[in-house]
Design a binder for this molecule. Structure first.
Ligand SMILES: Nc1ncnc2c1ncn2[C@@H]1O[C@H](COP(=O)(O)OP(=O)(O)OP(=O)(O)O)[C@@H](O)[C@H]1O
Length: 722
C-alpha cells in the first residue's frame, strides 16, 4: 500500500479525495471505441464483453436540480457538467458512455426482468446450467435495492427470479437459498444470524483453494420446495440486513447483501448452477450524508470495499488490454465482496453489472466516477473458469479432499509416501496460493488496523468534541444560573420600587390620560382655530376689498362733490365779491351822499340838527336807496361777513363836533333830546366801535320806531347786525 493511500485511510475525511484520485487514474485507461464528445471524436470504452453492463436511470425526484444525463441511443448516454462546475476541463464538459443497454427512468422492474434477466435465469436450469451473478452498483439512493427487491406492486429481480425458477424447473432440480451480508468487512449468515445460544452475530470466513474455488464454510443453505417458501425465506433473511437513515436515503443499506439461489441435482445432490444477487451498499460522500459515529464507520467500510472493486476492475482491464505484458495483481482479497466473487470478475459464468444512476445534476460528480468504473467493466471478457466456481458453498469434493488429506497425514507418520511431479506441482501451487493468501491477509489486516486507527482517531476526535461540548454546556449552565440570580435580584428590586411608586404610577397614568385627552382637544381646537382663521382671513380679504372699493367710490364721489362745491363756492365767492364790490360802491356812494347831505346841511345851517335824528338819517338812506336800488338785507349780511359794515360813525358826526356838542350841552333841551346814539358817539370818542351804541341804534329810539321809515331803518340796521 502506498504512503498516500495509507494516509487517506487514516483520515476518513480524505476518502473522497482517494475516490477522486482513483477516478482520475481511470480516465487514462479509456479504450476501444470513438464516441462523439461535444462535437469532437474521443475514444471511449464500449467494447461489449461477456460481462453485461446495464445502466438503469432512476426517476428524478421532484427537486429544483436539472438533469445532467440524457440518452443518446439505446446503448449510450451523455452526461454534461452542470453550469459553472468546478474542476471540469472543457473537454470533459460533456461525455458519452456506452453500455450493453440503457434503461430509462420509466422502465419498471417487470420490464427490466423480462427483457434483461428472464432468459439468463432460464439458462441456469437444465440443460444450460450456467451460473449467473448480478451486481447492483451505484451511489446511494439510486435504486439498487429497489431493482433487486422491488415493491409489492413492482417486484424486483429476486422475487421474479424465484417465481420463474419454480415455474420452469424440472423435478430433477432442487433449489436452496443462502444469504449473507458483509457488514464492516465481516460476513454474517442471514439465515442463521446468531451463534447457537448467543445473541451475538456469528461471523463467517471465506475460503479459497488452489483450484480457485471459493466458499464460506458453515454458510446456511435452506432447501425450498415452493416459490412461496423461497419468498418467505428471502423475507426472513433480508430482515437481518442493516439499514439506516442518512442525509441522502431514508432507508440506506449499510451492508452488501448477497442472495444465492443454488440449483442442484435432486438425485445426485451435485451442484449444477447458482444465481447470485449482490446488492452492494451505495458509495456515499460524508459531506452529503452528514454521517458520523457508527454511520461514518459504515461509510468507511462501504467506500473502501467499493474502491477495492474499482481497483480490481482497473487491474482486470489493464490485464485485458495488455495481454503481452506481465499481468498485474488484482487485489480481490482486499475486500470480502471482491474476494467472494473473484470468479465472476474473471469471467466464469454469466455476470451482469447493473449500474444504477441518478440523472440529477446534484449527483454529477459521484455519477461520473461510477460511470467511469462501469465503463471499465464493459470490456471484461469471459473465461473458461468452471461454471460452479461461483457458489460460495463448500463443495462436496473439497470436503472429501480434506478428509483424504487428514488420512494421508496420519499415514505419513507410518511410512514416507511417494509424491508424483504433478502432485508436487499442485502442492507448490497451493502453497504459493496460501502464501499469496497470507500476503493478502496481512494486507487486509494492515488495512483493517489502519481503518481501526482511523476509527480510533475519529472516536478520539468525537470524544474530545464531546468533552468540549460538555465543558461548554457546564459553562453555559453556570452562566445561566448566575444570570438567573441576577435577573431575580433585579426583578425583586424593581418590584420593591414598583410597590412604592404604584400610586404615583397610577397618578402618572391618569395624568398621562388627561394629557392625552388635552392633547386631543388641543389638536381639535387648533384645527377649529385654523378653520376660523382661514374663514376670517377670507372674510377680511372680502371686507377689505369691498371697503376699498367703497372707499374708492366714495373718495371719487367726494372728490367730485368737493370739486363741484369748490366750483360753486368759487362761483359764490366771485358773486359775493362782486356784490361786496357793489355794496362797497353803494356804501361809498351813500357815504358820499351822506357827506354831501351833511355838507349841504352844514352849509344851509338847518335849525333841525340832523345828527342824532333817525328820521333824517333814514330819509337820507331812503333817498340813497332810491338812487341805488338793491337787496339791502343780503348785501348787509355780506358786508357783515366781510367786516365792511362797521361804519365809522364819525363820518356822520358834524365837521366840528366839539362845537356842536358844546352847543347842545349849552342847550339843555337839546341836551335832553340828544339821541343816545349821539351820546354814545360822544362816548365813542373815548370807546370807539362800542356795540351797545350800534345796538341801541338798531333798536332805534322810541321816536324812530314810531315812524315807518324809522322802523325800516332800524330793521335794516338789525339785519346788518345779524
Ligand atoms: N426506478 C425507481 N422507481 C421508483 N422508485 C425508485 C426507483 N429507484 C429508486 N427508487 C426509490 O428511491 C429510493 C432509494 O432507493 P433505494 O433504497 O433502492 O436506493 P439504493 O441505491 O439501494 O440506496 P443505498 O445504497 O443507500 O441502499 C427508494 O425510496 C426507492 O423506492
Amino acid at each position: 500500500m502506498t504512503r498516500k493511500s495509507r494516509n487517506s485511510i487514516l483520515k476518513p475525511r480524505k476518502l473522497e479525495e482517494m475516490f477522486d484520485s482513483l477516478s482520475e487514474d481511470e480516465a487514462e485507461t479509456e479504450v476501444d471505441v470513438e464516441v462523439d464528445v461535444g462535437g469532437k471524436r474521443k475514444r471511449e470504452s464500449t467494447v461489449p464483453g461477456k460481462m453485461e453492463v446495464l445502466l438503469r436511470i432512476r426517476p428524478t425526484p421532484q427537486e429544483s436540480y436539472p438533469e445532467c444525463i440524457h440518452a443518446t441511443g439505446p446503448n449510450s448516454i451523455a452526461i454534461s457538467a452542470p453550469e459553472n462546475h468546478m474542476g471540469t476541463k472543457n473537454a470533459e464538459k460533456s461525455r458519452i458512455f456506452a453500455f450493453s443497454k440503457v434503461l430509462q427512468a420509466e422502465t419498471t422492474n417487470r420490464q427490466l426482468f423480462t427483457k434483461q434477466f428472464s432468459q439468463r435465469v432460464n439458462n441456469t436450469l437444465l440443460p444450460t446450467s450456467e451460473s449467473l451473478v448480478v451486481f447492483a452498483y451505484g451511489i446511494t439512493a439510486t435504486g439498487k435495492t429497489h431493482s433487486m427487491e422491488g415493491t409489492r406492486d413492482d417486484p424486483g429481480i429476486i422475487p421474479q427470479t424465484i417465481q420463474l425458477l419454480f415455474h420452469n424447473k424440472t423435478n430433477e432440480e432442487e433449489v436452496s437459498i443462502s444469504m449473507y451480508e458483509i457488514y464492516n468487512e465481516n460476513l454474517y449468515d442471514m439465515l442463521n444470524y446468531t451463534a447457537a445460544g448467543s445473541a451475538k452475530p456469528r461471523s463467517l470466513k471465506l475460503k479459497e483453494d488452489g483450484s480457485g474455488q471459493i466458499w464460506i464454510p458453515g454458510l446456511s443453505q435452506n432447501l425450498v420446495e415452493t416459490a412461496e417458501e423461497a419468498r418467505q425465506t428471502l423475507i426472513n433473511g433480508l430482515g437481518y440486513r442493516k439499514h439506516a437513515a442518512t442525509g441522502m436515503n431514508k432507508k440506506s443499506s449499510r451492508s452488501h447483501a448477497v442472495v444465492m439461489i443454488n440449483i442442484r441435482n435432486s438425485v445426485t445432490k451435485e451442484w449444477q448452477s447458482s444465481i447470485s444477487f449482490i446488492d452492494l451498499a451505495g458509495s456515499e460522500r460524508q459531506t452529503r450524508t452528514g454521517n458520523d459515529g457508527i454511520r461514518l464507520k459504515e461509510s468507511v467500510a462501504i467506500n473502501s470495499s467499493l474502491m477495492t472493486l474499482g481497483r480490481c476492475l482497473k487491474a482486470l482491464r489493464w490485464n485485458h488490454d495488455n495481454k503481452q505484458r506481465r499481468k498485474k495483481h488484482v487485489p480481490f482479497r482486499q475486500a470480502k465482496i471482491t474476494h467472494a466473487f473473484k470468479n465472476a470478475f474473471l469471467g466464469s459464468g454469466s455476470t451482469v453489472l447493473m449500474v444504477n444512476v441518478s440523472a440529477s445534476a446534484r449527483d454529477y460528480d459521484e455519477t461520473v466516477h461510477v460511470l467511469k468504473y462501469a465503463s471499465l467493466a464493459t470490456a471484461l471478457p469471459c473465461s473458461s473458469q468452471p461454471k460452479n466456481a461461483l457458489m460460495n458453498i463448500e463443495p462436496a469434493a473439497k470436503r472429501q479432499k480434506e478428509t483424504a488429506t487428514a488420512k494421508t497425514e496420519s499415514d505419513s507418520r507410518a511410512e514416507p509416501a511417494y509424491v508424483s511431479p504433478q502432485q508436487d506441482e499442485s502442492e507448490l501451487f497451493e502453497e504459493n496460493e496460501e502464501l499469496n493468501d497470507e500476503i493478502d491477509r496481512l494486507k487486509s489486516e494492515l488495512f483493517e488496523s489502519e481503518r481501526r486507527a482511523a476509527e480510533m482517531e475519529a472516536r478520539i476526535r468525537e470524544e474530545v468534541a464531546e468533552e468540549m461540548s460538555e465543558l461548554l454546556r457546564e459553562m453555559e449552565k453556570s452562566y445561566h444560573t448566575r444570570l438567573e440570580a441576577e435577573v431575580t435580584a433585579a426583578r425583586n428590586a424593581a418590584s420593591a420600587v414598583g410597590n412604592t411608586s404604584k400610586g404615583a404610577m397610577a397618578e402618572m397614568k391618569e395624568l398621562k390620560e388627561e394629557l392625552k385627552q388635552a392633547e386631543l382637544e388641543l389638536s381639535s381646537a387648533k384645527g377649529e382655530i385654523e378653520t376660523i382663521q382661514r374663514a376670517n382671513e377670507e372674510n377680511e380679504h372680502a371686507l377689505v376689498d369691498s371697503f376699498k372699493s367703497l372707499l374708492e367710490e366714495e373718495t371719487t364721489q367726494l372728490k367730485a362733490n368737493a370739486a363741484m362745491e369748490k366750483e360753486t363756492l368759487e362761483l359764490q365767492l366771485d358773486r359775493q365779491r362782486q356784490e361786496n364790490e357793489e355794496l362797497r360802491l353803494r356804501l361809498k356812494r351813500m357815504k358820499e351822499a351822506t357827506r354831501a347831505a351833511l355838507r349841504r346841511y352844514n352849509a344851509n345851517m338847518s335849525p333841525t340838527p340832523l345828527l342824532g335824528s333817525p328820521l333824517a338819517l333814514s330819509n337820507l338812506l331812503v333817498e340813497s336807496e332810491k338812487e341805488h336800488p338793491s337787496s339791502v338785507g343780503e348785501k348787509e349780511a355780506s358786508q357783515q361777513q366781510d367786516g365792511e359794515y362797521d361804519v365809522d360813525m364819525s363820518d356822520f358826526v358834524i365837521k366840528n363836533p366839539s362845537a356842536s356838542l358844546s352847543e347842545n350841552e349849552n342847550n339843555p333841551a337839546q341836551k335832553e333830546n340828544l339821541p343816545a346814539a349821539a351820546q354814545d358817539a360822544k362816548k365813542g370818542k373815548k370807546k370807539k366801535k362800542k356795540r351797545p351804541a350800534t345796538s341801541q341804534l338798531a333798536h332805534g329810539t322810541p321816536v324812530a320806531r314810531r315812524t315807518r321809515a324809522g322802523r325800516r331803518a332800524c330793521a335794516a340796521i338789525e339785519n346788518v347786525r345779524v
